[in-house]
Design a protein around this ligand. Structure first.
Ligand code: C2O
Ligand code: CU
Ligand code: CU
Length: 497
């Protein structure tokens, strides 16, 4: 008799998400099974550092840290000893000064993902490299009309990004609304994933996992396994969710509660949109309004098929090189009980979103994101096993070169970029400094303005975006936000002059 698969065990109710919960905590099995993590503690939010008199000054130290993850001792890397790092709370027009210290064994730096700030000098400059033991003083000056929203920070030193983010180096940034949104409670939820080995160290990552984009065996919310939250009926909570996973896509569902989207990546939708599920690619954020009704609900991340390399690999490595087949992961549970509270007033309409489709377009370009055999990196290279297959991750045929300018643009103009994916895997494409307005997804024209700073381009498909290169001249990058792909070369440079 063959052993039962996990799926069969689930059907029998013998394992998995329904594992017994005793006194709020219980044994928790990850989707890959095997190792026990405990979960079910109350959701804890990172410390909030807020600006005062238009300035936020802080020290950020990236270092190896020992913490508890899901009841296990874990050796991770974190900012200021906490995973996630502190939440930075600022307002449009503020200045943020970060004294960053690198206590890691590899070079690092700091990026403020999604922020519309200068990429030059000691601003949001991805070309800075802080050596081990070194430090650097960053200064980010937000324009007075900076869009409100949920952003985040993480290291961006090419070649080390996936390792450092996967190890725990990230934190949220909140840019306050200009018009307040009436809610009874606000929560920050930074979602990440990691894999620990038996002694609590971060597990080694295979070359196949790097090619696919590593996914951790356990998914965390604010560093905790399946935390739990409480609310009363009739509340309106605002959840600010960051997908800080290096590669994992999150298809989020919260059944039993009314859920509306208030913001995607940046800015605010004019009116909140009803949804039943939302997909966050790595790097994406969502702000959800959750209007509570009595009962218990689970925020679930269902698997996402983001393609695979089976076709490229000749179908020889079944399972390891395809995505989307795992079990849904329970991210957190919300218990709504007690005396109903008085409903907050309705959400006032926000300002309309800008639409670049009315503006003159100065240039049209195509960026072709490709994966191919025979490139410069990966797969068995240096392994000495005779397996010298190489996999290249390229944009318009080139791997990242920090000294080139791949895409010179005229400052102050609007361009149309066709993001073309000629590979068998999805790539979530991210541009620094200037957000993108998605105008065509595959063959579908979008009727409403839709702005994001990470845009998923499905396998063998294309997405058209408009970009206004305003406010800041300078050189920065665009790249795949599957951070393993970025580290392997799927990144290009853009300079506005
Ligand atoms: Cu979230 Cu260039 O990165
Ligand atoms: Cu970014
Ligand atoms: Cu990619």
């Amino acid at each position: 008799m063959s052993p039962l698969t996990r799926r069969q065990l689930l059907a029998l109710g013998a394992a998995g998400a329904g594992a017994t919960v005793v006194g709020g905590t219980g044994l928790w099995w990850t989707a890959t099974g095997g190792r026990g993590y405990t979960g079910g503690e109350d959701l804890i939010e990172p410390q909030v550092l807020a600006s005062r008199e238009d300035v936020l000054e802080l020290d950020l130290t990236a270092a190896q840290t020992r913490i508890q993850v899901g009841g296990r001792q874990a050796s991770v890397k974190a900012f200021n000893g906490s995973l996630p790092g502190p939440t930075l709370r600022v307002a449009p027009g503020d200045t943020v000064r970060v004294a960053m210290t690198n206590r890691l064994e590899a070079p690092t730096n700091l990026h403020v993902h999604g922020m519309h700030v200068s990429p030059e000098g000691n601003g949001d400059n991805p070309f800075v490299s802080i050596a081990p033991g070194g430090s650097f003083n960053y200064e980010f000056a937000l324009p007075a009309d900076h869009p409100p929203g949920t952003y985040w920070y993480h290291p961006h030193r090419h070649g080390h990004v996936a390792d450092q983010v996967a190890a725990g180096l990230y934190g949220a940034i909140i840019v306050e609304d200009t018009e307040p949104v009436p809610v009874t409670r606000e929560r920050v939820m930074v979602v990440s994933d990691l894999t620990l080995d038996a002694s609590g160290n971060l597990a080694e990552v295979s070359q196949m996992q790097q090619m696919m984009g590593r996914e951790g065996e356990v998914v965390l919310v604010n560093g905790a396994v399946r935390p739990q939250l409480n609310a009363a009926p009739g509340e309106r909570e605002r959840w600010r969710i960051v997908n800080a996973c290096p590669s994992r896509y999150l298809r989020l569902r919260l059944e039993g509660q009314q859920v509306r989207v208030l913001s995607r990546d940046l800015g605010r939708l004019p009116t909140p949109e009803d949804i039943t599920e939302v997909v966050l690619a790595p790097g994406n954020r969502i702000e959800m309004l959750v209007e509570t009704t009595e009962g218990s609900s689970t925020l679930v991340a269902a698997p996402v098929d983001r393609g695979g390399m089976d076709a490229m690999m000749g179908g020889t490595m079944m399972g390891d090189n395809e995505t989307g087949s795992g079990e849904p992961v329970e991210l957190l549970t919300l218990t709504v009980s007690g005396a109903p509270v008085q409903k907050p007033p309705p959400v006032p309409e926000g300002p309309g979103l800008r639409d670049l489709r009315g503006e003159p377009i100065t240039a049209r370009r195509t960026l072709d994101f490709a994966m191919g055999m025979g490139g410069g990196a990966m797969m068995g290279s240096g392994g000495g096993e005779g397996d010298t297959t190489m996999m290249a991750f390229t944009i318009n045929g080139q791997e990242f070169g920090p000294d080139r300018v791949d895409t010179p643009v005229a400052a102050g103009t609007v361009e149309e970029w066709t993001l073309k994916n000629s590979s068998p895997m999805d790539h979530p494409i991210h541009l620094h400094v200037w957000p993108m307005q998605i105008v065509q997804d595959g063959n579908r024209d979008l009727s409403e303005p839709r702005w994001q700073d990470v845009v998923n381009v499905p396998a063998r498909s294309q997405v058209k975006v408009l970009i206004a290169f305003e406010d800041f001249p300078g050189k920065t990058v665009y790249h795949c936000h599957i951070l393993d792909h970025e580290d392997q070369g799927m990144m290009g440079t853009v300079e506005a002059r």
